[in-house]
Design a protein around this ligand. Structure first.
Ligand code: FAD
Length: 469
C-alpha cells in the first residue's frame, strides 16, 4: 500500500528524514500538499512565497519521475479521502511546531490512528527537538546563552542524501492545479517587484549556502551588522520553507570553523537563535500571540492601527531614514536586514508607543522569510515583553544606529529616493511595490520625523517609569 508523504514547510528532497525513510521503505510514495485552513491563514507574502516554493518542489519531483498531488480542504477530510482513493495505509510528515499546526497535527494523528492508519511524524525542521533540551531542574530555557551552552557540543546528525529514486504508484490520484490556488492573490503590493529577489527551491538555497561559506562567513561577525553589505547568508527565506535544512547549514558552518573561517562560530550561534525561538514557542505557545511576560499586559501601548504614526511606519514614511529604509527594503524584497528589523521594531514599540502585535502582523504579511517562532521572538525581544529581551529602557536611537552601522549612508540611499538627484533603481522600486492607493511618488518631499529620536525616547521612558508593575 502506498505511503502518503505530506509536504508542509519541508520543500526539499535532500536531508529529508521522512522522504528518505519513505523512499527506502519499498511501497510507492505519493507526495501531497494540502491547502487547508493553516495554509489559508498565512500572511500575503509567506503565502505567495509558498506558491513559488511548491512550484519548484513539483518540478524537482517530476525530474525524479514522481509528482506532487495538490488538494484543498480540512486536513483530516482530505487525508481520509486520499487514503480511500489510493489504498494508502500510512501518512508521514515532518513535524511543525507553531500552535496552529500542532493543534491540526495532533487531531489528524489521533483520528488516523483510530482508523488503523499509520500516522507518523519525523524531525527535520530543527537541529534539536524542543523537548530534548532541558535545564538541570528539568525545565526549559528562557535565556539564550545557557541554551547555546547546552547544545553547542551536541552531535548534530549528518545530512541525509536525496533519495536516488522515489517509488511511484501505478496510477496517480487527481491533483488540483497550483495556479488555481491563487496563492499570490493577497499580494496587493507588486508581486512582480518582489519575485526577482526570491531565491526559490533547494538548488538556489544550496547555492546561497555555498556563496556564503566561500565569500562571506569569514568576516560575518562584523559584516552581519552592516545592512548595506552582502554580509549575511540570506538563508532565512529558504529555512522558513525547509528548502534547506538546518543540519545542512550547521555542518557547513562546522566545516568552515575547521577551515579557520573566523565568523563561522557566530553563524552557528545565529542558527541556534532560531532553535531557541522554536524551543520557547514549543514550551510557551503564547510567545506568538501574547506578552510573554504577562505583567506587560498593563503597559499603555496603543493598539490603534489606524493612527497616523502607525500608517507612516507601515509606509516607510516616518521621516527617520534608517526606519524608513528598513520598511522599504521589506516592501521591495520581502526581507529586511536584521539590524533594520531591530531598529524599526524599537521605533514602533518605543518612540511610537505601539503594541508589538501590530508590528508582528505587518511583518507576517510582508516577509517572504516569515517564520512563526523567529518573528514572535524578534518582536517580543525588541518590545521588552519577551524572555531574555532587551530591557525596555534600552531605547535604540535610530540616528545613532544609522551612524554606527550605515556610516556612509549606502543603505539609506539604496532605499530612499526622495531628495536624491538620481535615485537608484532599488529606491524607485519601492514606489512600484507599494499599493497604488497610497498615491506616493519619488518626487514627493521626504517627510519630517513623525516622532523625533529624543522626543520618542522620553515618551517611552516616561511610560516605562509610570507603569504599575
Ligand atoms: P544570517 O545572519 O545569515 O543568520 C543565519 C540564520 O540564523 C538565519 O537564516 C536565521 O535562520 C537564523 N537567525 C539569525 N538571526 C536570528 C534571530 N535573531 N532570531 C532567530 N533566528 C535567527 N527571522 C526569520 O527567519 N523570520 C522572521 O519572520 C523574523 N522576524 C524577525 C522580526 C524581528 C522584529 C526581528 C528583530 C528579527 C526577526 N527575525 C526573523 C530574525 C532575523 O532578523 C532573521 O533571521 C535574519 O535577518 C535573516 O537573515 P539571514 O538569513 O541573512 O541571517
Amino acid at each position: 500500500a502506498p505511503i502518503l508523504l505530506w509536504f508542509r514547510r519541508d520543500l526539499r528532497l535532500s536531508d529529508h528524514p521522512a522522504l528518505h525513510a519513505a523512499a527506502q521503505a519499498g511501497p510507492p510514495v505519493i507526495p501531497i500538499v494540502l491547502r487547508d485552513p493553516v495554509t489559508d491563514g498565512l500572511g500575503a507574502a509567506p503565502k505567495f512565497r509558498l506558491g513559488l516554493g511548491l512550484e519548484a518542489l513539483a518540478r524537482t519531483l517530476e525530474d525524479q519521475g514522481s509528482r506532487l498531488i495538490l488538494r484543498s480542504g480540512a486536513a483530516l477530510d482530505v487525508l481520509r479521502a486520499l487514503v480511500a482513493e489510493t489504498g494508502a495505509r500510512s501518512v508521514w510528515w515532518t513535524r511543525a511546531y507553531d500552535p496552529d499546526s500542532v493543534a491540526r497535527d495532533t487531531e489528524v494523528k489521533a483520528a488516523l490512528k483510530a482508523e488503523g492508519i499509520e500516522a507518523r511524524s519525523f524531525g527535520g525542521h530543527l537541529l534539536f527537538e524542543p523537548w530534548t533540551v532541558a535545564t538541570k531542574e528539568g525545565g526549559f530555557y528562557k535565556v539564550y546563552t545557557p541554551f547555546w551552552r547546552a547544545v553547542r557540543d551536541r552531535e548534530v546528525d549528518a545530512p541525509l542524501p536525496a533519495p536516488g529514486r522515489i517509488p511511484a504508484p501505478a496510477s496517480w490520484p487527481e491533483s488540483e492545479r497550483l495556479a488555481d490556488w491563487r496563492l499570490d492573490a493577497a499580494m496587493h503590493r507588486g508581486a512582480a517587484v518582489v519575485a526577482p529577489y526570491a531565491r526559490v527551491g533547494e538548488r538556489a538555497a544550496q547555492g546561497r549556502l555555498g556563496h556564503f561559506m566561500a565569500h562571506v562567513v569569514d568576516g560575518y561577525a562584523e559584516s552581519r551588522d552592516r545592512p548595506a553589505e552582502d554580509g549575511t547568508s540570506c538563508l532565512s527565506e529558504n529555512l522558513s520553507l525547509g528548502e534547506i535544512s538546518p543540519h545542512q547549514c550547521w555542518h557547513a558552518g562546522v566545516r568552515a570553523m575547521e577551515e579557520g573561517k573566523a565568523g563561522a562560530q557566530t553563524f552557528l550561534q545565529e542558527l541556534v537563535w532560531r532553535e531557541f525561538a522554536y524551543h520557547l514557542m514549543h514550551h510557551t505557545p503564547r510567545l506568538t500571540s501574547a506578552n510573554w511576560r504577562p505583567d506587560w499586559d498593563a503597559f499603555p501601548w496603543s493598539e490603534d492601527e489606524s493612527a497616523a504614526t502607525v500608517h507612516a511606519w507601515k509606509q516607510g514614511r516616518t521621516g527617520i531614514e534608517m526606519v524608513d529604509a528598513g520598511m522599504r527594503e521589506m516592501y521591495v524584497t520581502g526581507r529586511m536586514h536584521n539590524r533594520a528589523r531591530m531598529i524599526v521594531a524599537s521605533y514602533l514599540t518605543k518612540h511610537l508607543m505601539t503594541h508589538w502585535k501590530i508590528g508582528l502582523k505587518w511583518f507576517e504579511d510582508h516577509l517572504i522569510d516569515w517564520d512563526p517562532a523567529s518573528n514572535a521572538l524578534g518582536w517580543q525581544w525588541s518590545a521588552g515583553s519577551g524572555p531574555d529581551a532587551t530591557p525596555y529602557f534600552r531605547v535604540f536611537n535610530p540616528v545613532t544606529q544609522a551612524k554606527r552601522f550605515d556610516p556612509d549612508a549606502a543603505y539609506r540611499r539604496r532605499w530612499i529616493a526622495e531628495g536624491q538627484r538620481d535615485p537608484p533603481e532599488s529606491a524607485c522600486a519601492y514606489f512600484e511595490a507599494i499599493p497604488r492607493r497610497w498615491g506616493l511618488a519619488p518626487t514627493d518631499a521626504y517627510p519630517a520625523p513623525v516622532v523625533a529620536p529624543d522626543e520618542g525616547r522620553k515618551i517611552a521612558l516616561d511610560a516605562y517609569e509610570s507603569r504599575d508593575f
